[in-house]
Design a protein around this ligand. Structure first.
Ligand code: FAD
Length: 509
């Protein structure tokens, strides 16, 4: 059987991509060389946008009990003084989820895998490692082997996606280069369960101490994390020794109040690939970009890759292949993730400064900005909008994230994305704005744009997010992309026509 897509790697990015494709009926083969999920401390922070992607995957509501809202971050200077703050947007939450959430990566991965196993069109092969691949005009062929028996198999597909992590074999085989954005530090990461009361900050805390920079993270439930810089003269291997680990950890807390769960050392890098596609082969996630974790964005960025690429691959299947559309994957994702990596690196440089004089100068500067109100303290301000790609030109709303109203559906309070599919949407907020679509129904159907009416004659909105959004932006409707970025705002019948015309051109109808 020829698959639509083969995915190499079932980390969070490969699993999300497979769930999105499989939910739309695409035949997907997922190869993962390990049987169990990687159980070391990695991602712990998620953005609301990513919960929305997981909502489309069908697991956000099951994951929610394992999450908690982020309590914000304080940065402490050399003398322990507050020098910087970095906080999630407070409620209410117009995207339907808390702006920033704490979670545990292996739990997310387990739920994603369970979802894949429930999708009839997804063939998940655990313990199966991709060995090699070829491509030609007809498709891609991969050779993979059973990691236990060594037995070799072959499979073919229209597309191959490498979600095979930072050491991507597919990226290397395609000779795709990574631009080094100049960050290279070793850190040790400790996850522990709090068993007893002990004095601790209520917020995540960056100890910007040249003597030993560290991050304290308030995880979900009683999970607490420390990320601690490995200093010049030390080696990562020294932290395999429990006594050494405990002594360093004890700088920040009374460790006897905790049950150590797990620890690992990592080399934090900032790197991004210069080519995200090679004909029938795409790459996503850590295979394409790596960022120091100080902004909590590596996995989030990979999930954005999955959401972006998935709707373009689904469209290739349902509406015919458009190479121009598939090429917008890199055009949209590369600048977006590059901005985020740069922010992550700058945060890392602030936290990790080892020169005490420089650190004291930093403290004076940052504290001045904080006290004067000039500092940008909102986490969400550091996540850019989409600036290029499938967006109506010169539209200030294009590329922003669409709000997600709560509506009444079948008598129950429901988030809109739980009701509508991962398609293009035309969302109107009043009957007249809905009627602008009337004479274009055939085009909308051909393009695969679903009409969603909220307000008179349509769904009843329970909160006021959509109404407020429309009023603030002076629009009455919007075209929304399958990944929930706004394609264009619509204030009038003329706006409707202009956006439909440009969308037709993008989607080559
Ligand atoms: C300490 C730390 C803290 C972090 N904190 C955050 C955070 O708070 N928020 C955030 O968003 N991100 C965070 N990250 C980043 C996040 O963990 C990664 O970005 C994310 O795991 C990348 O997912 P991925 O699926 O691209 O790659 P991976 O998770 O590395 O998965 C790749 C998969 O491919 C498989 N594979 C590789 N080669 C083959 C092959 N040949 N055949 C079959 N399978 C193969 C591997 O076994 C693996 O399962 C953190 C990272 C670290 C290290």
């Amino acid at each position: 059987m020829k698959y639509d897509v083969i995915i190499s790697g079932c980390g969070p990015v490969g699993a999300t991509l497979a769930a999105l494709l499989g939910s739309h009926g695409l035949n997907v083969l997922v190869l993962e060389k390990f049987e169990t999920v990687f159980d070391k401390p990695r991602a712990i922070v998620l953005d609301w946008e990513i919960m929305r992607v997981l909502q489309i995957c069908g697991i956000a509501h099951d994951l929610e009990p394992y999450t908690s809202p982020h309590t914000g971050t304080d940065f402490l200077g050399v003398e322990g003084q507050l020098i910087k703050q970095f906080d999630p947007l407070p409620p209410p939450y117009p995207l339907g989820w808390p702006a920033t959430l704490m979670f545990v990566q292996p739990e997310l991965e387990r739920q994603l895998r369970a979802r894949l196993m429930s999708l009839p069109s997804v063939d998940l092969k655990l313990g199966a490692g991709l060995d090699s691949f070829t491509q030609d005009e007809a498709g891609v062929t991969v050779a993979y082997s059973d990691m236990t028996t060594g037995e070799m198999r072959h499979a073919t597909a229209d597309y191959l996606v490498g979600c095979d992590g930072a050491n991507s074999q597919i990226r290397d085989a395609l000779e795709i280069g990574l631009t080094d954005l100049q960050f290279d530090e070793w850190w040790v990461v400790i996850d522990a369960w709090q068993m007893q009361d002990t004095p601790l900050p209520t917020k995540t805390t960056q100890y910007c101490w040249p003597s030993r920079p560290a991050t304290y993270v308030v995880g979900p439930g009683t999970l607490r994390r420390w990320e601690i810089k490995i200093m010049p003269g030390e080696t990562p291997d020294e932290f395999l020794d429990k006594a050494k680990l405990n002594a360093v950890w004890g700088t920040y807390v009374d460790t006897s109040a905790f049950d150590l769960w797990r620890s690992a050392t990592y080399r934090f890098n900032a790197r991004v690939a210069d080519r995200w596609r090679d004909k029938r082969i795409f790459l996503a996630g850590d295979a394409m970009h790596q960022t120091p974790p100080f902004l909590g964005q590596g996995l989030c960025a990979g999930m954005r890759d999955a959401a972006n690429l998935s709707w373009k691959l689904i469209r290739s299947k349902t509406h015919g292949v458009s190479d121009a559309l598939l090429d917008t994957y890199q055009a949209e994702r590369l600048p977006h993730v590059s901005t985020i990596i740069e922010h992550g690196k700058q945060f890392g440089l602030i936290i990790g400064e080892l020169d005490e004089d420089e650190a004291r100068k930093r403290d004076t500067d940052l504290r001045g900005q904080l006290l004067s109100g000039k500092m940008i303290t909102s986490r969400q301000s550091f996540i850019p909008n989409l600036k290029t790609g499938v967006l109506h030109p010169d539209d200030p709303l294009a590329g922003t994230l669409m709000v997600q109203p709560k509506i009444i559906h079948e008598g129950k309070e429901t988030l809109l994305d739980d009701v509508v599919g991962m398609n293009f949407l035309y969302v109107s907020t009043d009957a007249e704005a809905g009627s602008w679509a009337d004479k274009h129904m055939e085009t909308l159907t051909r393009l695969g744009v679903d009409q969603v009416s909220i307000g008179a004659g349509g769904y009843r909105e329970i909160d006021t997010f959509l109404r407020d959004w429309a009023t603030q932006n002076n629009v009455r409707a919007a075209f929304v992309r399958p990944d929930r970025y706004v394609y264009g705002g619509v204030a009038s019948g003329d706006d409707f026509e202009a956006r439909l015309t440009s969308l037709c051109a993008f989607l080559e109808c």
